[in-house]
Design a protein around this ligand. Sequence first.
Ligand SMILES: O=C1C=CC(S(=O)(=O)O)=CC1(O)O
Ligand SMILES: [Fe+2]
Length: 351
Amino acid sequence: MAVTQPPPDVLRAAYAEFIVTDLAAARWFYVDLLGLLVTAEDDEAIHLRAYEEYLHHSLVLRRGTTPALARLGYRVRSNAELDVAERYFRELGVDTRRVPAGTCRGIGEAVRVQDPIGFPVEFFYDAEHTERFTQRYDVHGANAISRLDHFNVAVPDVKAAHAYYRGLGFGVSETIEDGADNLYAAWMFRKQTVHDIALTGGDGPRLHHVAFATQERHQILHTCDVLGALGREHHIERGPGRHGVSNAFYLYLRDPDGHRIEIYTSDYYTGDPDNPVQRWDVHDNRRRSFWGHSVVDSWYYEASTALDLDGKQVPVTSPEKREALVSVGADGFSVSTENNERHPFKIGEQV
Ligand SMILES: O=C1C=CC(S(=O)(=O)O)=CC1(O)O
Ligand SMILES: [Fe+2]
């Protein structure tokens, strides 16, 4: 069906809402360990933001019985874009609901959809403003987090998800392909950096991670040292290291409920209209980690389930091809499963 309605003018990835089973344990992880600021909290939910952020929150932790992704929030350019969003998604034929201001604490009127790839997404403009702590160095920890940077979602059909987000006006900065028409992953943006959303092939719809940005690498390394000092280093899943895709320095953590958080810094500008797409071959071992350790299985296979707009778990389906079964990445000893003459990448015994 041809879409006749224009998409809403999305500015950026703005907030996520997690269901957590132990609010106090989650509070320790996100406030005491990561240093996010509490904008509001009660027995049911904690609303958090990072130091550069002046909107009410970029992360909501809501108490519940099963860990899940409750919502991804995109900010649009103005309230007028809510009508555009409502018309666009109703034409796509997905569950589309207009919700009044305050449905999510601190957020104005919004449009909520279960999008065509199965995720619960909210589009909003109005939000309560709060103090921006950019220069409150008197309270920044040595691991200060600046802002929410992106979402990464696991989807069984990366091509379909890529087409949906292209229709929503997102640009493409990088991809992982195999030259045989398979798209294993894609990084897509509205703000002028590498991505607001990454599409990772896998059982989905599930949330792979939410990423927060720091200004510099040393802030990421300090989080690692703090976790080691506390004997809580098991929260580190992958990294620290340097990504091939995005060129960012990264660390992946798992929170007490298993939700994955990436701490990320130093990607690059993508704002010119002729920004070239960087296409990585799935056999290139440096695509996911430019150097460093093999990508652990849990990073490829584990993710947070998603809820629909009524709070019910969205069923997941599996991809036809799995990247990790073709080549893991960063593993200097993996052997490409393809005919090696076609892939001049370091494999196995080659050094
Ligand atoms: O933000 C990201 C940037 C790069 C990568 S990858 O592991 O280098 O593909 C993963 C990621 O999507 O988390
Ligand atoms: Fe990421």
